[in-house]
Design a protein around this ligand. Structure first.
Ligand SMILES: [Zn+2]
Length: 335
């Protein structure tokens, strides 16, 4: 395993989000490879280029870019890099709905998609507009478009000199999230599916995709974690933070966290209904989200809503709460 690990270099790149940095992995190999890219800024580009040079490689000689998923801090610079080094970019089939993020021609459609989700949350009209504009503006700054991605599926094998990485489709954090696993050394590149110090957000998929029209993020995420838990994982290379051991323990802890949070959502709705002495009226998603995640800034509102919606979908499916669709948004109350 040491021989393999000596070829894997973690490069921390800055991001303008609460996590502060994202990991790109440079694999120094006959086929020089990057796993993820960071966001599309000059600062990221320069840092990546000098880090690879420091490990005896060259950014211009990268031949392969494997994307763990399509969020901007992982895919944002991929388009720009392919222009620079001619590398092939690999992306899971279910992640194709994110290929045009940040592109001018898709702006109106994406705005409509974000607003459609925000409409269901009960937020006021001006806040919905502000949040969607903020997201679109951010995307236009940090995404570069990939023109010809290689679309991959579960099981796709990437060969390296001393090991192979097998693609494991892990929908949940995003629809086309993948992990990459080497069965011999038992190392896992986890993207944002398994992180050590924060619980990954099962992000809502606002842009529809044809492969799974009834897709639900949290349900899929839990199935993916249970699938990963069957693997003997010795070392995890995550999308954010330092590599860590005991991957299976961490997966178990995330699964347990979901059970606690699910309970919190039920309690929030039940307390609200008791306090308001009105079993008929429920709560809007934004009210539930504010109680689940107090004290967050407005630019984190979307992520909080996204996570809340995962729990609400599951609880509606389980017939523990019901959803009443109103002109202002969905109201959730206990069944
Ligand atoms: Zn992500």
């Amino acid at each position: 395993m040491e021989k393999i690990i000596s070829r894997i270099h973690r490069i921390k790149l800055p991001i303008p989000f609460p996590l502060k940095s994202t990991n790109v992995y440079y694999i120094h190999d006959s086929i020089p490879t990057l796993i993820d890219t960071g966001i599309n800024t000059d600062e990221s580009f320069d840092k990546l280029s000098s880090a690879i040079a420091g490990y005896g490689g060259s950014l211009s000689k990268i031949q392969r870019i494997i994307l763990t998923h399509g969020h901007p801090d992982h895919m944002g610079m991929a388009g720009r890099l392919t222009q620079y080094c001619n590398a092939a970019v690999y992306l899971h089939q279910w992640e194709q709905n994110k290929l045009l993020l940040g592109a001018d021609k898709a702006r109106a459609f994406h705005k409509e998609c974000y607003l459609k989700f925000l409409k269901s949350t009960g937020l006021s009209e001006n806040i919905k507009q502000e949040i969607s504009m903020e997201i679109l503006l951010r995307h236009s700054h940090i995404y570069s478009q990939i023109t010809n991605p290689q679309i991959i599926q579960d099981g796709h094998l990437f060969q390296f000199d001393d090991f192979n990485l097998k693609t494991i489709h892990c929908p949940g954090h995003s629809s086309g999230s993948i992990c990459l696993f080497d069965e011999t050394s038992e190392i896992l590149f986890a993207g944002d599916t398994v992180l050590n110090h924060i619980t990954p957000n099962p992000a809502v998929e606002v842009i529809p995709f044809p492969e799974a029209p009834d897709y639900q993020s949290l349900t899929n995420y839990r199935l993916s974690l249970k699938k990963l838990h069957t693997l003997p994982i010795s070392k995890v290379f995550p999308g954010h933070g330092s590599p860590f051991n005991n991957g299976n323990d961490r997966i178990k802890a995330i699964l347990n966290h979901h059970i606690e949070r699910r309970r919190d959502v039920i309690n929030i709705i039940s307390n609200y209904q008791a306090d308001h002495n009105n079993a008929e009226n429920g709560m809007y998603m934004y009210q539930i989200s504010q109680q689940l995640f107090p004290n967050v800034s407005q630019n984190e509102t979307f992520l909080c809503l996204s996570e809340s919606s995962g729990y609400l979908d599951v609880l509606v499916d389980e017939n523990i709460i019901k959803k009443n669709i109103t002109a202002r948004g969905n109201l959730y109350s206990l069944v």
